[in-house]
Design a protein around this ligand. Sequence first.
Ligand code: 3HC
Length: 319
Amino acid sequence: MAHELENEDPIKLAEFQAKIDAEIKIEPKDWMPEAYRQNLIRQISQHAHSEVIGMQPEGNWVSRAPSLRSKKILMAKIQDEAGHGLYLYCAAETLGVSRDQYIQWLHEGKAKYASVFNYPSPTWADMGAIGWLVDGAAIVNQVSLQRTSYGPYARAMVRICMEESFHQRQGYEIMARLMEGSEAQRKMAQDALDRWWWPSLMMFGPHDSDSAHSSQSMKWKIKRESNDDLRQQFIDKTIPQAELIGLKVPDENAKWNAETNHYETSDIDWDEFWNVIKGNGPCNRHRLAHHIKAHKDGEWVRAAAQAFAMKQNNKLKIA
Ligand code: 3HC
């Protein structure tokens, strides 16, 4: 990164940093350091991939939802996630890379998606835990990203955050209803919390001290709050929610510290984290194979849409 910045025009670099410091949004046509553009290409495209791959663990449950109401809610949520992916790919394309190229990097294993979607969703309670915890963690991260310095990314976040709140509430409602149910239903909810608690904390990334991108991302206000700060916000919010409905987070060291006004927790299993983001997550091969097949199966739809668009353009030219 440093050598890249050395190659930049120092005056332009200083003007760019002054815009960032003055909270002026950077727009696609503005001058930006190549390293800033590359960082955004990486982060926004991986964010988009996460939204789309995240549809898979929930898609498994549309045909097995316990009621028509819960099926409708789950379908609405999954459709929202597809839309989030769309906004984010559109934002990522403003950086000069095509969506096809982003998808190709994902399929080649050159781009990541959120580690949390590497885990299986074996019961209906997992739909509750995903909505409540995964979307809950996403809200904490994405509310902060609404203030990111790159204009198209910040604007995409505003729309996405409104829909995430519905996602989190419907997940929490599933967990609350299960906790009012039979012993078996209460156990199903607790087991799901046990499965999704630590992967949700991993969504915020490594500790700040191990974060390769954070310091530069904070300087350029791509990131407005650190990985650890956002994780702590999520923990402080979520443990009381669990206790309110009779659930217990799977961490015997989790306890409120009245002095710091935060919950203390055990440390994350960072070996698991780095192993999963290296591509060894329990469901990674399945998630990627599914995405590659769906992309291939959808080729004719994209070709038809492009042919139609070209025909319309030609009509406009002739008229
Ligand atoms: N999963 C996968 N990779 C992760 C990760 C995670 N949870 N946390 C960190 N990483 C990767 C980073 O991408 C980076 O690898 P790279 O250089 O190959 O990209 C490396 O680990 C080091 O991490 P850093 O902290 O240095 O990376 P960042 O500064 O990019 O911070 C981040 C990581 C906090 C995830 C940041 O990228 C971010 O805020 N991304 C946007 C939010 C996002 O992607 N959320 C994913 C979930 S989407 C979702 O929840 C959908 C919802 O609707 C359910």
